[in-house]
Design a protein around this ligand. Structure first.
Ligand code: HEC
Ligand code: HEC
Ligand code: HEC
Ligand code: HEC
Ligand code: HEC
Length: 395
């Protein structure tokens, strides 16, 4: 994990050891092999000799020949974009070991590491068409294939688990209920508890979820992020998803307008990571309905961390736990009109901390600097607003 001595801040806000077999994964006959998420993953080995080229392939496009709906959904997800310019721009400055530690979560297959390392040796690691399978990021095989065996959730119609008929597709698939459990996501979405900053690891999503009403009601990560087993994984980058998790209420009395925001449908802290910044904002309007300079009021919802002298420090944590509310009050201006809204900056920490620091430190004009510039641009573009409402003073 970043934070030891002279090590500089890394762009994922932390490098971590991976927790294996935690969170409800037990050693039953019908469970995943204990080393399913043991990083680094082992190479697949030799494919069954009777398999066609297509069935041997780990490329998502090839899976998609037969699983077209899954390919189409996955393509639009951030899992498909995990081998991003912001990641690769940093990998190119790391040694092999360090780059591998990042790839454990961003492109986890051994075959992806090999492909990226081969491109890098040729000095072409920055080109996505040279990265081969690595460019697929968090792809089908990373979650479903080990030693060329296919692992899957219980059969959709029958609920059957265990090994299916070896005469069937893929030589039979191994089905287990663990695919439907939150523990499945922990390998990449939960940092070890001993790596805490002010009592909480930088990624603490599964622990937050365990304490939530959603968990008590039997809703897993998949219930909210993969409804009907869809491979979309919408999160804070998606306005509709964020809106679905929140309730905004507006009220006016004689002295003020009030914006109240409650986390009503998020299964963990809102937001769960230290990278987004959410801001409840209000501004006075003039008689013509135009925002008046200098009248803005804000309430920031964020877990703000900083990397200071080689250590992470938490400045504040104003995130909303499930059920919690925040309020912003605006006194009435003489016009008696105000505007209130929510600003969501999904990549604020990257935009303003990580990429600015890298831009300062990286040699100008090189491939890493160009990739980071692209990432910085994208991070600035991802912001959006929700719930914008104008209110008038009651007379
Ligand atoms: C040549 C066609 C073909 C290709 C290519 C293919 N599959 Fe399949 N796959 C199938 C068929 C057919 C089934 C059985 C579907 C069923 O029983 O419902 C299946 C089943 C599965 C299942 C189990 C789903 C269930 O029904 O529970 C998973 C998971 C899976 N495939 C993953 C993959 C992945 C990942 C790839 C690429 C690495 C891939 N498949 C490539 C044809 C294919
Ligand atoms: C334990 C899993 C894990 C490891 C290890 C990891 N990341 Fe990430 N990374 C994530 C997750 C989950 C996100 C999405 C949440 C977020 O935006 O912070 C992410 C997001 C990012 C992003 C922003 C999104 C993007 O792709 O542009 C960058 C850049 C990034 N990581 C770089 C790195 C680097 C560099 C390393 C190695 C030093 C690394 N990561 C190691 C899990 C991991
Ligand atoms: C981040 C991990 C992850 C990735 C990447 C991923 N899957 Fe899945 N997949 C899952 C999980 C988890 C489930 C079960 C979800 C549930 O039961 O709610 C699943 C279910 C499935 C099923 C069974 C669907 C059904 O209706 O029964 C198929 C087939 C499948 N995935 C194929 C694919 C293919 C093809 C890709 C790549 C295009 C892919 N998956 C990428 C995690 C993943
Ligand atoms: C009750 C529904 C629900 C459950 C359960 C749930 N989430 Fe979420 N999740 C949301 C909503 C809504 C958002 C969008 C608002 C936000 O970003 O918090 C979200 C956002 C996210 C994000 C975006 C990053 C961020 O900072 O918020 C990630 C990553 C995520 N969830 C992962 C998980 C994982 C992993 C689990 C299981 C441990 C899980 N979620 C359980 C509803 C849920
Ligand atoms: C192999 C590691 C890995 C696994 C397993 C994994 N994720 Fe992710 N996930 C990531 C990474 C890395 C990102 C960030 C991708 C990026 O933007 O670079 C991510 C992004 C996401 C996002 C989008 C967050 C946002 O910023 O909007 C959601 C939601 C999410 N994951 C949910 C899940 C759920 C639910 C599961 C379990 C079914 C899961 N993930 C399993 C690595 C993983």
């Amino acid at each position: 994990m970043a934070g030891k001595g002279t090590e500089r801040m890394k762009g994922c806000f932390a490098v971590v050891a991976i927790i294996v077999a935690a969170f409800g994964v037990s050693a039953r006959a019908q469970s995943l092999p204990a080393d399913y998420w043991q990083h680094p993953l082992a190479a697949q080995g030799a494919p069954p000799s009777a398999w066609s080229e297509q069935e041997r392939s780990l490329k998502p496009e090839d899976c998609g020949v037969c699983h077209a709906d899954k390919l189409e959904e996955w393509r639009t997800s951030l899992h498909a974009k995990a081998f991003s310019p912001g990641l690769v721009g940093q990998l190119l400055t790391f040694d092999t070991e360090e780059a591998r530690s990042c790839m454990n979560c961003h492109a986890p297959l051994a075959e992806q590491r090999q492909a990226f390392e081969a491109a890098r040796r040729k000095g072409r690691g920055h080109l996505s068409k040279e990265q081969g399978l690595a460019a697929a990021g968090n792809s089908c095989g990373g979650c479903h294939v080990r030693g060329y065996r296919r692992f899957a959730p219980p059969q959709r119609d029958t609920g059957a688990v265990g090994q299916s008929d070896p005469a069937g597709p893929h030589g039979g698939v191994f089905r287990t209920a663990e695919f439907e459990m939150s523990g499945f996501c922990a390998a990449c979405h939960q940092f070890p508890r001993d790596q805490a900053i002010n009592g909480k690891p930088l990624e603490n999503t599964v622990v937050e979820w365990q304490a939530s009403p959603a968990a008590r009601e039997g809703k897993s990560c998949q219930s909210c992020h993969m409804p009907d087993r869809k491979h979309l994984w919408r999160g804070i980058h998606d306005p509709e998803m964020v809106k679905a998790g929140l309730t905004a209420e507006f009220a006016s009395d004689a002295t003020k307008a009030r914006f109240r925001l409650t986390s009503t449908g998020v299964g963990h802290a809102f937001p769960t990571y230290v990278t987004p910044k959410v801001v409840m904002t209000g501004v006075a309007l003039d008689g013509a309905g135009k925002p008046m300079r200098g009248t803005e009021r804000q309430h920031v919802i964020q877990r703000r961390v900083e990397f200071v002298n080689g250590d992470w420090v938490e400045r504040y944590d104003t995130r909303l736990l499930p059920g919690q509310s925040a309020t912003l009050d605006m006194p009435w201006p003489t016009s008696g009109r105000v505007r209130l809204w929510l600003e969501v900056h999904p990549d604020d920490f990257y935009d303003h901390d990580v990429y600015d620091a890298l831009t300062r430190d990286l040699p100008k004009g090189g491939a890493p600097a160009r990739l980071i510039a692209e990432a910085d641009h994208r991070a600035g573009e991802s912001r959006f607003t929700l719930f914008e409402t104008d209110l008038v003073q009651p007379r």
